[in-house]
Design a protein. Sequence first.
Length: 286
Amino acid sequence: MAVAALLVAALGTACSSGSEAPEKPKAGKGTEAGAAGALSAAEKAKAAQQARVVAAKKWGLLKPPLTAPAAPKEKPEITTRDGFEVEDQEEYPPVFTTVPTEDKVVFLTIDDGAEKDPEFLKMMQELKIPYTAFLSDYVVNDNYPYFKQMQAAGVTLNNHTLNHRYMPALSYEKQRQEICGQQDTIQKQFGKRPTLFRPPYGNYNQDTLRAAKSCGIKAVPLWNAEAFTNRMDYREWDRDLHPGDIILTHFRGREDWKGTMTDMIRHVMKTVTDKGYSVARLEDYL
């Protein structure tokens, strides 16, 4: 703000006519408020970083998560990954595992909804880690309020079918019931109809994408890496992360993992941060 004030003063001098000396700007409430605002912004940034450091320590991270860059003003063009096409793919929502971007960001996505760990919600809010959920109603319907808390914190709730069936084994009509039925359920319970769909197990055929399109789905994000409590699995040959990679994990607890969801997030964030990546919000790039 101080720089802006100097520029304005300089422009005023350049535009003045005659030989009169320009009048010095008087200090007033406007300049004081500008300085206070700039100082406040710097203080807020410092406080936010300190809060990240404190939260990281609380949740067992040696380093705080890196802050993601601002959302791109122009969204990248999303196309279907080579080898993931179905016949007439251009007519259907794109299927992709990585978002084209030069930003050193990755995207965290979490599937189904079986585990409902309140500590996970606290951890993600305190660390300010964005993520996207893909829900299946058969494991979500015993505790909708848990996912409403998630939604209130800014998480987008998307479609993972009603019953998590292997889609290619179903007829077109059955697939449509699974997808459109979950669209209706999410709209009824959470007030917003999803535009993203992830097929169970990542398996689909032409009927899946045709049904998804008919239900209002715009894109089908799969994944390029999968996270567990003690490891990361990678799709690519180099077994590494890349800018724009989508990371898959699940709502799971000790019954399925050797650890909790917070253990899984600790491992994911250590891996991501050590490699110099931040976690960005998937919807900001779509």
